[in-house]
Design a binder for this molecule. Structure first.
Ligand code: AMP
Ligand code: GLY
Length: 434
């Protein structure tokens, strides 16, 4: 099987690394690549959003399966573009990808499917949205309807912040067309976790849980980023996984099929748990980044076969074996990210880190200059480790991170801390000692 991966971040490096181990894969391409991906896949210099050029490449090279990493090409309709040319591609259609690309669409599907989620209203008019805020109980959450790189959500404790968010999103157009409509919903309290299911349009298989760390600084302080680290599994019981499948994933899949928009791909549910309560905060129509890196560390199956089966509507239970071990992914970022940062600094110590037991380093924003690996982005490397339990995985990941250096390197020191606190109050400190 010849496989093409689309996207060039840490998520796509992890997918390529796993796909390269699939027995049926005879050739692996990635469009485009970073230096890490280039070690396992042949580079294709095409932009992930250039659907026509990607489909031309897939047709000319007889690609048997294309795997889409990021959300933008899905929202643009890359899957429809490929399928109209008879090309096999893993991911949801443009209509089905609206579960991520339109929050009002996702909320409507949840309401229809009886999936638990915060009460909400949808507004296309800023004045009406402001009127609603003035008449509502706080706290509220104001969300731009469309894709906004994770920045379109404002959790508002006061009426002023909610009104300011509406102004920013709708009147000032901070996110362009993505902010012409807003969803305003009740604020939920609790613990967040991410749940992944592989879907073939009809059936879904659980693909594991993870907890992401979105804020840039320790203790969840500072602005939200694309993700500063993740660990998998999240501290949940098998019975809870069955509940998420039954109350969230399966009804959503059924509602999408009933709408004539069967969902094929990874359904990523962002959940809020509070005591016995379970609510969906959002859906994504793809793997998370860096959650994917942690999940791939644990994945013991044949990824190409599983994704191909999802495309062809023939998923069966045993296709997604996950190691019971714990995986931790720590992002090494450029200081200043998610705002402005500098790039072009040499990276040292990577080989030493990769020689460590159970450790794998995925590349995100890196490039090669005269044979030297340099920083080239906000999130630079994702240091990932697998071990029998979470404290050991944290210890391994931070041990490996400690031998990597570049100017302005920033990382969170507390990835996995919430789960660890449950294990033992002192465990986090102990686990971080090299
Ligand atoms: P979303 O992109 O909708 O997941 O929102 C991004 C982040 O905003 C989530 O990960 C939560 O931390 C927060 N958030 C979103 N919706 C709510 C809500 N209804 N209540 C509390 N926090 C929320
Ligand atoms: N890490 C969050 C996301 O990929 O959406």
């Amino acid at each position: 099987m010849k496989v093409l991966v689309i996207g060039k971040g840490g998520r796509e490096h992890a997918l390529c690394w796993k796909l390269a181990q699939s027995r049926g894969v005879s050739a692996l391409f990635c469009a485009p690549v970073n230096p890490g991906i280039k070690q396992v896949a042949e580079p294709v210099a095409i932009d992930p959003c250039d659907v026509a050029a990607l489909a031309d490449f897939a047709a000319a090279n007889q690609i048997d399966l294309t795997v889409v990493g990021p959300e933008q090409p899905l929202a643009l309709g890359i899957v429809d573009g490929f399928e109209s040319r008879g090309l096999s591609i893993f991911g949801p259609s443009k209509e089905a990808a609206q579960l991520e690309s339109s929050k009002s669409f996702a909320k409507a599907v949840m309401r229809e499917a009886g999936v638990p989620t915060a009460d909400f209203e949808v507004f296309d008019d800023a004045d009406a949205a402001c009127h609603y805020v003035r008449a509502s109980e706080l706290p509220l959450v104001v969300k731009a309807d469309g894709l906004a790189l994770g920045k379109g959500v404002a959790v508002c404790d006061t009426g002023e912040t909610a009104l300011a968010a509406i102004d920013h999103i709708m009147r000032r157009g901070a996110f362009g067309a993505a902010g012409r409509r807003v969803v305003i919903e009740q604020r939920l309290e609790g613990e967040e976790l991410s749940f992944f299911a592989l879907c073939d349009g009809v059936r879904a298989l659980p693909m594991g849980s993870a907890q992401d760390h979105k804020a840039v600084f320790d203790g969840d302080r500072g602005p939200n980023t694309g993700g500063m680290g993740a660990y998998s599994p999240a501290p949940i019981e098998p019975a809870f996984e069955a509940r998420v499948m039954r109350e969230v994933i399966e009804p959503t899949l059924a509602a999408m099929a009933a709408r004539g928009m069967p969902f094929r791909g990874v359904l990523y549910a962002g959940l809020m748990i509070n005591g016995g309560r379970l609510d969906v905060l959002e859906f994504n129509a793809r793997f998370g980044d860096p959650e994917c890196e942690a999940l791939m560390m644990r994945f013991d199956g044949d990824l190409a076969l599983a994704l191909k089966a999802a495309v062809e509507g023939r998923l069966v239970n045993e296709m997604l074996p996950l190691s019971p071990a714990a995986a931790v992914s720590v992002v090494l970022a450029s200081r200043g990210y998610p705002a402005s940062y500098r790039s072009g600094f040499p990276i040292r110590g990577l080989d030493d880190a990769e020689r460590m037991n159970g450790v794998r380093v995925f590349h995100a924003g890196t490039s090669l200059k005269d044979g030297v690996l340099m920083t080239d982005g906000g999130r630079v490397l994702i240091v990932s480790a697998l071990a029998d339990d979470l404290p050991s995985a944290i210890s391994r990941a931070y041990g490996a991170a400690s031998v990597i250096t570049f100017e302005g390197m920033h990382l969170r020191r507390d990835i996995g801390f919430r789960a660890l606190r449950r294990v033992s109050g002192d465990a986090l400190e102990a686990a971080q000692k090299p």
